[in-house]
Design a protein around this ligand. Sequence first.
Ligand SMILES: *[C@@H]1O[C@H](CO)[C@@H](O)[C@H](O)[C@H]1NC(C)=O
Ligand SMILES: *[C@@H]1O[C@H](CO)[C@@H](O)[C@H](O)[C@H]1NC(C)=O
Ligand SMILES: *[C@@H]1O[C@H](CO)[C@@H](O)[C@H](O)[C@H]1NC(C)=O
Ligand SMILES: *[C@@H]1O[C@H](CO)[C@@H](O)[C@H](O)[C@H]1NC(C)=O
Length: 360
Amino acid sequence: MQKLLLLCALLPLSWTKPNASLINQINSQQSAWTAGINPFDDIESRLGFLGIHPDPNFKPEIKEPQATQNVIPETFDAREYWPECADIIGNIRNQGKCSSSWAFAAAEVMSDRLCIATNGKVKIQLSPEDLIDCCHYCGNQCKGGYTYYAWNYFMLTGLVSGGDYNTSTGCQPYSELNYYRITPPCNTTCQNDKYPIPYVSDKHFGDSIYYIPQNETAIQNEILSGGGPVVAAFDVYGDFKIYRDGVYIYTSGALFGRTAVKIIGWGTENGWAYWLAANSWGKDWGALGGFFKIRRGTNECGFEESIIAGQVREGGSTSPTPVTFTATVTPPTTPGSGVRVAGCGIGLVLSMMLFYLLKF
Ligand SMILES: *[C@@H]1O[C@H](CO)[C@@H](O)[C@H](O)[C@H]1NC(C)=O
Ligand SMILES: *[C@@H]1O[C@H](CO)[C@@H](O)[C@H](O)[C@H]1NC(C)=O
Ligand SMILES: *[C@@H]1O[C@H](CO)[C@@H](O)[C@H](O)[C@H]1NC(C)=O
Ligand SMILES: *[C@@H]1O[C@H](CO)[C@@H](O)[C@H](O)[C@H]1NC(C)=O
């Protein structure tokens, strides 16, 4: 306990720039995950999840995924289960300094599910840029957005293809890594002039959207039998800045905001059950090539409560039944405002809050 109090007292003073002693403190305090230096510190400009929907009273359709597998495997990796789509599923993207994780996580899951539904025949990266620039009801572009609306745009308007920054892959490759809070105008032509298909002909569509109940088994069934990876989101605290590998469990630091990611599998490591998730902060972030593991089954940092997925129109799905919305978009929440403790480690948060109260 003395150690914890000491840690709490030191953290706020040293938090602006993680240093070796802080990393050592986290590494000696627990053994589930390892802290270390990452290529960047400014994670607050790389988040971007405002919620699945702006209306707090919104009741999404809940789907109880049907299990087509008798047994849920102990360990699962979508890249191995669908090897024909391994490079799409395993592609770590980079949103840069644009709070557009809502668009990245959604477009990644759409791409994976399109590939899986067509048995690898339609193997393209869908364009987060198309969502960020052109879906005005999806939220606030490079200042955050709603994952449910991103999927709604996929159903109503469709998404063109678009690879990573500095590639000439697809109709609208990502155009910039430094769009901090600025978004380029919507352009409904292919920005890649080498791409042969016109923008309007390059659209791919979603067929349904639904919310997955906060239930570990339901999430596993949806990934395994419901079409592939799913869109998740969670609260990002200061210690996530220095995540390198292992199973992330909140230890310390203030809330920065929320970010959306995609879940591609699960497993157990040193006794900790985890989700395997793809972040969109580039391959150099963390020590797992841009992936990370987070505790499974305990709604760690809200990880299991904002999960959505849907079906794609190609690949034998039923006739499209688009959902229409009268979108009212609320202003973005300031990163760091509103402390949501549920689901995350609690003791330290409380002592941190006490510390701040006493200090100011
Ligand atoms: C590193 O962090 C410790 C507290 O964890 C602090 O006392 C020390 O001044 C920091 N050093 C630097 C160089 O920031
Ligand atoms: C992108 O390409 C340009 C021109 O080739 C180069 O100057 C720049 O460093 C590249 N950026 C990244 C992030 O690779
Ligand atoms: C859209 O992009 C095309 C091709 O890059 C360009 O010629 C055109 O001016 C752009 N339009 C707008 C409205 O930005
Ligand atoms: C989670 O879902 C499974 C079926 O998908 C069900 O059997 C189980 O009771 C659910 N657990 C909880 C805690 O709701």
